[in-house]
Ligand binder design. Structure first.
Ligand SMILES: [Zn+2]
Length: 612
């Protein structure tokens, strides 16, 4: 317990201290502290809200304007989300033309009725899903200001992520539901309109009170402050909850140091809780449906095991609560919780939980800007959750990232690939976005394990989390950690893999034997450089690996398999299209394979092997 508290304090105190990252500028980040109260009408799906936001400008810049996200405004006919969905070639069928068909009492909106800065009314304009605010007085570097806002809102029919009455009958999936200040960081404002996906937020403390009919159970972000008053499975044993006032309870949640606040509510939720690793309380809220009850019970221990896996392989989860809540439209990560659909077979239920929980580390604790670097969020999450599933479901896969490699090969040959530096909303198709972010992003990680060795990859992930939790790291921050851990130069890998669509294609050009000597000539056909593991099997059944270092890496990787002999050959400098080496041990070569592990994503495997 003490250790836990120290760790949390350490993580929190680290914010605001000077570290150098992000293009060698001194690191800083803004801070938000929200106090919100909303009154929910579960009949009309409308709510009234008051928000007090203390905003601290830790940047070196004077701010004259600020921007808020009003995400619910996306669920209106003619919105950017609607139009994009109706014009993209492969629309997500959860969205397709459904927004265009919403009636006025089914749309989503957030109306801002009043906004003041330090007590003075200020002018603002709603532009789609963004509120543009001209400040009464500029916010100086290091200064804080307080905004007070009155708003009223309507929960849309469930279309995407949030909404009322989802496909499984969950009444309220309240994600992206409040006016949320946009992030301002070393790259400036990120007032991205809500078109399809991905979020970037400002950390701070949330104090949220939700007034709702007393029969609704709420699950989500934050620690319930009045659990014994409310009950609903949050109270201490043998405590009788208070009587509701006018048929409602006031749920008050505190969430320290998060960059989002999400909740879901339903009058039929079953609410279970267990104690997970390091005393973290795991909450499970799911519909009272006998068909899924057993899966949701069995999920609970698996969720604890998954958290143990991430604690060990990335870093300790710093909050004291995590909730898996049935809601939404698939699976989506939020602060201290996830909303997932629940009518699934057991494997799928554990799989979606493993994926969304992994996002806690990459999207909520590290919190890369996923609009710009979606592959660092979805890809890293896909990679680590594949390994977590392999572990907790005892799948015994040699390479749990295999499916992601298949996806990447499909994309690379489709003619529709765009560089991973593409903004997540600006991919030409949902297919190109999805495979690039999830699959190519996961391959980035697995393949890095091939390049620097798996031990170094593990150390990289741990050190990355340790150095960059709560700092919005960039791609360069990650690769620099990998460089420091491995001693290798890796900027070529970041550049070619994430900023271009260059592909890897190496081949065996020729093999000739003369006396005791076998000469192997390799060729580089693709533009992307790679170091090569050349696996050789001899006629006597023995095996050996010849390692061809990539010169621009300036470092050899350690032998990945101690059971085979490992011969480090001379460097291959990238510009040379061919490379030859000799096998001089006199053994008869039976077969030669470039990278038998298949961790190197060679788009043309046909020329990778030779058989005598
Ligand atoms: Zn994801």
């Amino acid at each position: 317990m003490d250790y836990k508290i120290k760790k949390i304090l350490f993580v929190f105190l680290f914010i605001g201290t000077a570290v150098f990252a992000q293009n060698n500028t001194q690191y800083w980040q803004q801070k938000v502290d929200y106090k919100m109260t909303i009154d929910m009408n579960v009949e009309t799906y409308q709510y009234e809200g008051k928000q007090e936001l203390k905003y601290t400008n830790n940047s070196p810049d004077t701010l004259y304007r600020v921007f808020y996200h009003l995400y619910f405004n996306a669920f209106q006919p003619g919105s950017e989300m609607d139009v994009r969905s109706q014009t993209i070639s492969d629309a997500d069928d959860r969205v397709s033309s459904r927004i265009g068909n919403l009636k006025p009492n089914e749309t989503g909106y957030i109306n801002v009725n009043k906004l003041s800065q330090d007590g003075t009314s200020i002018s603002y304009e709603v532009v789609g899903t963004i509120l543009e605010v001209d400040l009464d007085k500029p916010i100086l570097p290091g200064a804080s200001t307080t905004f007070n806002m009155d708003f009223n809102a309507q929960v849309p029919v469930q279309i995407r992520r949030s909404g009322r009455n989802n496909a499984e009958g969950v009444a309220l999936s309240m994600t992206q539901w409040y006016p949320k200040l946009a992030e301002y960081d070393f790259e400036g404002w990120h007032a991205d309109p809500y078109i399809a996906r991905e979020f970037h937020g400002v950390w701070g403390d949330f104090d949220v009170t939700i007034n709702i009919d007393s029969d609704y159970t709420i699950g989500g972000t934050g620690y319930l402050q009045n659990a014994n008053e409310i009950g609903h499975g949050y109270q201490d044993e043998n405590v009788k909850p208070a009587k509701p006032v006018n048929g409602k309870y006031s749920w008050r949640f505190l969430a320290p140091n998060v960059h989002d606040f999400t909740w879901a509510a339903d009058p039929e939720y079953i609410h279970d809780k267990i104690t997970g690793p390091n005393g973290v309380i795991l909450h499970f809220l799911y519909k009272n449906n006998p068909e899924i009850a057993e899966n949701w019970k069995n999920l609970q221990e698996k969720t604890a095991e998954i958290m143990v896996y991430y604690n060990k392989h990335i870093g300790d989860y710093p909050y004291k609560q995590y909730s898996v809540v049935q809601g939404g439209d698939g699976g989506m990560e939020y602060a201290m919780c996830t909303l997932i659909t629940g009518n699934r077979n057991f494997n799928s239920l554990v799989g979606v939980t493993a994926h969304e929980m992994a996002h806690t580390w990459f999207q909520f604790l590290l919190a890369t800007n996923e609009s710009k670097h979606e592959w660092m969020d979805e890809g890293f999450t896909t990679y680590i959750s594949g390994w977590a599933m392999n572990h907790v479901m005892k799948q015994n896969k040699v390479n749990p990232t295999n499916g992601s490699y298949r996806g990447y090969y499909y994309l690379a040959k489709s003619g529709k690939e765009q560089p991973q530096t593409t903004h997540s909303d600006r991919y030409g198709s949902n297919m190109a976005y999805g495979i690039s972010a999830y699959s190519k992003g996961a391959v980035f990680m697995a393949q890095l394990g091939y390049i620097i060795g798996r031990d170094n990859l593990h150390k990289t992930l741990l050190r990355y989390f340790d150095e960059f939790a709560f700092k919005h790291p960039t791609p360069n921050d990650f690769i620099r950690v990998a460089e420091k851990v491995s001693g290798a130069e890796l900027s070529w890998y970041l550049t070619d893999w994430t900023q271009t669509t260059n592909t890897i294609d190496y081949g065996i050009k020729s093999v000739s034997s003369e006396g005791n000597k076998t000469t192997v000539t390799l060729e580089r056909i693709g533009l992307m450089p790679m170091p090569l593991d050349i696996n050789v099997t001899y006629a006597d059944g023995s095996e050996a690996t010849f390692y061809v270092p990539l010169q621009m890496m300036r470092k050899d990787k350690p032998n990945p398999d101690a059971s085979k002999t490992w011969t480090v050959l001379k460097d291959w400098a990238w510009a040379y299209p061919t490379y030859s080496f000799e096998i001089l041990n006199g053994k008869t070569v039976k077969s030669i394979t470039i990278d038998a592990s298949k961790l190197m994503a060679d788009v043309n495997p046909d020329n990778n092997s030779y058989t005598n």
